[in-house]
Design a protein around this ligand. Sequence first.
Ligand code: GBH
Length: 442
Amino acid sequence: MFPRDFAWGAATAAYQIEGGWQADGKGPSIWDTFCHEKGRVFGEHNGDVACNSYELWEKDLECIQQLGLTHYRLSLSWARLLPNGTTRHVNQKGVQYYNKVIDDLLACNVSPMVTLYHFDLPQALQEQGGWKSPGIVNLFDSYAKFCFQTFGDRVKLWLTINEPLICAKFGHENGIFAPGIKEPGTAAYLVGHNMLRAHAMAWHSYNSFYRPEQKGAVSLAINSDWLEPLHPGCNEDVAATERDLAFTLGWFTWPVFVTGDYPEIMRSAIDSQSKKLGYTGSSRLPSFSKDERAVLGTADFFALNYYTSRKVKAGGSCGEMCIKSDLDAEEVLDPSWPICGVSWQAVVPHGLRKLLNYIKDACNNPAVYITENGFSQVGLLQIEDVERCEFYRDTILEVGKAIEEDGVNVRGYFAWSLLDNFEWADGFSVRFGLFHVNFSDV
Ligand code: GBH
């Protein structure tokens, strides 16, 4: 079913595995700060040590080789490379670390896919306003150019930002993730906007200055659940599902792959809710200038993170200013779907095939990499991984059908994650690893 040159990979992210949070001149990131505050993360866990991949990278490499992967997706810690976030001060030890990782991978015939930003903004930049501030766009571009310049002779697959939707919503709407900002109904739209502008600027930098020589490809990783109406015969539920898809997949997909702007139903839902609340200012969803719109259509492939599916019904507005009210839709679980470890993860392999088809149709059949997909398990025990194996088998079969029967142009599949690691607000209580990690002995 799978093309010969299909990429078989596993993924990780810097803060979730590296540890070494202060090692060799690394600056603090917003996740260091967030975890060191009381009450933010399950069990007051933090990524100070995590899998200690900063010291034990060779062990990770052994795992990668044992699986026979063709690709490995990792992220760079911005604050390990540029402790204050800017290129005025480069931490050479950080450069050395990633040079070794990349060189070791290539020596084993494994191609790196590198994410520039996976949730861990340098704290120094948060103090200047972080992703809410428009100044972040140029700062991100400088960091991106530094990375292309330093590693792009060997790295041919780049992702600028991982899951802007989660950075926006979990970082700035409900505050469950760093930087823990809770400004419902406003900040997330601003953050998403600046992330889209930052992605576009970095893509253009690559395109103009690095692509001619380095010949790689650049995208951003977009996460979405697959969504279906709870009652397919009910017009309200069908409309609510369409709205919800616009607020999840569409928010970042339409600007980059479809129209160069936000989905129209997203803007009209936000503006009509503003009206209801008597809010008379300008739209809470920022606008792209004409020049920005012209440069937004910028990605060389579609990178999709998929974990689960939901049914959607109309309603759910709480009458306050927040994304949930703008959306006015409620997501529910289908009782026939089994739940794996975490309560949010229903096991729905066929949802991935549907989502892939939706993306094929909406985005004019782009090349797609599934950059994350994985199975959660709760608890500390080492287990016989029967259910996880079944999950991967069933999901990969759906990908195969999407390729063979539906003609979706899927080029690769990355399991989340190579190793059990720091699962953000859930700390080490949730495990996604293909390999078990004993966190009291790393
Ligand atoms: C990905 O996010 C991340 O890229 C990766 O770093 C992470 O380890 C992986 O998923 C597994 O979670 O608090 O119950 O409301 C996927 C999107 C966003 C899904 C946060 C779970 C929390 C649900 N995730 N969400 S809840």
